[in-house]
Design a protein around this ligand. Sequence first.
Ligand code: WT7
Length: 653
Amino acid sequence: MSSDSIDNLMHEERRFPPPEAFAKTAIATDELYDDARSDRLAFWAKQARELLTWHTDFTQTLDWSGAPVARWFHDGELNVAYNCLDRHVEAGNGDRVAINWEGEPGDTRTITYAELTADVKRAANMLTDLGIGKGDTVAIYLPNVPEAVISMLAVARIGAIHSVVFGGFSAESLRSRIDDASAKLVITADGGWRKGKVSPLKPAVDGALALEKDTAHTVEHVLVVKRGENEVDWVEGRDVWWHDRFEAAAPEHEAQPFNAEHPLFILYTSGTTGKPKGIIHTSGGYLTQATFTHKNVFDLHPETDVYWCTADVGWITGHSYAVYGPLSNGATSVLYEGTPDAPHPARWFELIQKYKVSIFYTAPTAIRSYMKLGRASLDAFDLSSIRLLGSVGEPINPEAWIWYRDVVGGGTAPIVDTWWQTETGAIMISALPGVTTLKPGSAQVPLPGISIDVLDEAGHPVPPGGGGLLVVTEPWPSMLRGIWGDPERFRETYWSKFGTKYFAGDGARKDEDGDIWLLGRVDDVMNVSGHRLSTAEIESALVSHPIVAESAVVGAADEATGQAVVAFVVLRSEKAAGQTKDEASALLRSHVATQIGAIARPKQVFIVDELPKTRSGKIMRRLLQDVVEGRPIGDTMTLADATVMQTIADQLR
Ligand code: WT7
């Protein structure tokens, strides 16, 4: 988003105070801000003790002496799975539905807290039987099926560490994540349903483990859930069926306590260089903030609400707001396997009606694609159960915001625009729905207990109305604890710019009221449909193809997906001989999809003769972005060859 459009946004005059009836019963009140302001650490200690059940209480809230690696509640002990499961059953809520699951073909499973607890206990024993113990890493490569949730919780229950890899990633991407985390076990399915077809997963695992690499893989077993019923190859001794092992496992399992700083999971996210970063989250602080935010930002009344976060469990949103936050709060959730448009374009709306969803959390890209469908196809559904809406992943433009409120929220539901990241683990900036007067387009205010600022390059806070870089100025409970296997990169990426202030990589503005407006990434990272993709990663996939000499990737503004991947490629003439530009471009688009996954497939690949470079050989991506976004080309003074951009612009025309 350019700063002009943000200027326009900031002149957005519409304001929406909390509806009176909503405010009356709201979970979060003004008091939270007062509490947190008077003593931030005491505030978090209180939340941790009130919201979670600890096997051993902690004596120190925060130890920041090892900055930038924080320790929260570090001498406390708890079991994350116990907090998400057993304690609700013990409190007499075993019959409450935890998950209303719906498969894409329309099959359903209703799982109560008692049933989910029993399943996770058995699964924990199954993992132990397969040789998994405390500190081992388990890769989970599953569709959005209950077994994904059961696997995560079973891993957590025994003190192992999960690394969920989104099912849309390729064999190559999966393998690099398996290797980076030295996973001992991969949990997958034969296949899952996507857009009316079974999309195979097990073959990708087979492919990943068969790839020739410098080092052998660490995987001892592949545990396979039967879901797609597609034919799969079998490696005797390595591959085992979930249903066989699950039935054979003992039903009873007592959750053991683990230290609050015991790692809970690793989740890979794109950065500015080619290699994805394994973001590490630990137990006590993560669960405290996931639980606190889920309860207060979404105004969760667990006895009556039906909550639905549409994210796949393979992303951080799925971890914190489809699994850990809602289950820790004893919420009733919807979990859906498929795509929003299968078998009909308004499937999500059908599900809101069917399950009487009252709290709905999704991404602007999905909202915009429903806007395109038009009201008529949506008005057929009764969405009157909705009382609160959430948005995440990228800035939500005011038109989409108003549409979301009017069409999905019946013209009354508050919208919480939540800013956070894989690294922050939980929501950091958001309105509180019973307190804050909403401003469409702005994420607004840091949550109670969270300290945010916008700094200029020199590290000074910008004045009201000014723009700069978003930072978190104090440690927070669910902050990342590092990058797996790479402490240096952790310091360099987040802590080298402003010392002990966390650099988020996003540009932002503060308006006259102090509300925050997000401006998008300031590094070479794109945001496509609410997911981060690095230009470097896609460029390295492109140059791995023999016909490619050089490539530059940019994120171009796109109405539907926020940004779209656009690639510029210089071919190696001898290898590419005989191919037309269209053929080469089609070939490379699918090559990226196989190398990384369909989400990274470029919308366009332009074959060009040369890339714009500075005299020192740095590719000027900004100029390429100007061309694809139809702007006048920026300053070309520093280019080694000033005519290159004109040639490219002419070629594109
Ligand atoms: C990046 C983090 C955290 C869940 C989903 C993405 C962008 C996220 C917002 C928002 C404007 C947002 C930022 C951030 N982002 N939420 N409400 N308004 N931008 O997680 O893949 O770690 O990406 O998404 O650029 O840095 P992620």
